[in-house]
Ligand binder design. Structure first.
Ligand code: TYD
Length: 207
């Protein structure tokens, strides 16, 4: 693939959205062209799938159904937006990707690594990130800083135990995929975290 593919991962409330905004500003200010998108969603069809997954009314959704909806949203985004851009040599940045499925559905919901790998295999081939920025902050620290949960979001209602499992899942992934994972300490000021992100991307020759 000619382009570079960067994904951003982390538990709820680690400041991911703020960091994406700061990175976006940095890239614009430095004249670096990029395409930024998010999961689940990023295309009209994938955004509709996102609405089903995150709808607070869908409490009876099975774990397997949830995992497959994430995979469906992903395959749509990959084929419609990500792959064509990487083939054209563009820099693509995605807010969450396959590692969210490994951490949330595979580890925290207990479906296992292989289940997630298998249902994503069609979409994921040829489309693994060159760099995954993992914002490292424990759920306790993150929730404290965020000051509560958004009651309309089914996933955020799952409780601290669930989020601790997600966090453990990420730490395991960071070890398993050492080559592409950049672990970013997100416990400091937002400017410090931003500088670490820029530094990691420079070190990997992405920007
Ligand atoms: P969003 O509101 O975008 O959260 P955030 O700002 O934390 O990214 O909602 C995305 C939610 O979907 C988030 O709780 C993580 C979850 N998710 C999964 O469980 N599996 C996945 O594969 C993906 C992409 C996201």
């Amino acid at each position: 693939m000619k382009g570079k593919f960067v994904t951003l991962e982390g538990c709820e409330g680690v400041g991911k959205s703020r960091q994406l905004k700061m990175l976006e500003e940095y890239l614009v200010n430095n004249g670096i062209k990029f395409y930024m998108t998010r999961e689940p969603g990023g295309t009209p069809i994938a955004e509709q799938i996102r609405n089903i997954i995150l709808d607070g009314k869908n409490v009876s959704m099975t774990d397997e159904c949830e995992a497959m909806l994430y995979a469906s949203s992903r395959i749509q985004l990959i084929k419609e937006e990500i792959l064509p851009r990487l083939e054209r040599g563009e820099l693509v940045i995605c807010d969450r990707y396959i590692d969210s499925s490994f951490a949330y559905q595979g580890t925290a919901r207990g479906l296992g690594f292989d289940f997630i790998k298998n249902i994503n295999s069609y979409a994921i081939e040829n489309c693994m990130p060159d760099c995954t920025l993992f914002l490292n902050l424990s759920p306790e620290q993150a929730f404290k800083r965020k000051g509560g949960v958004d009651k309309t979001d089914r996933l955020e209602l799952s409780g601290i135990e669930f989020h601790n499992k997600v966090y453990q899942g990420y730490l395991t992934l960071a070890e398993k995929y050492k080559d592409r994972f950049s672990v970013i300490d997100a416990s400091g000021e937002k400017e410090q975290t931003h500088a670490k992100i820029v530094n990691a991307l420079k070190q990997r020759g992405i920007i």
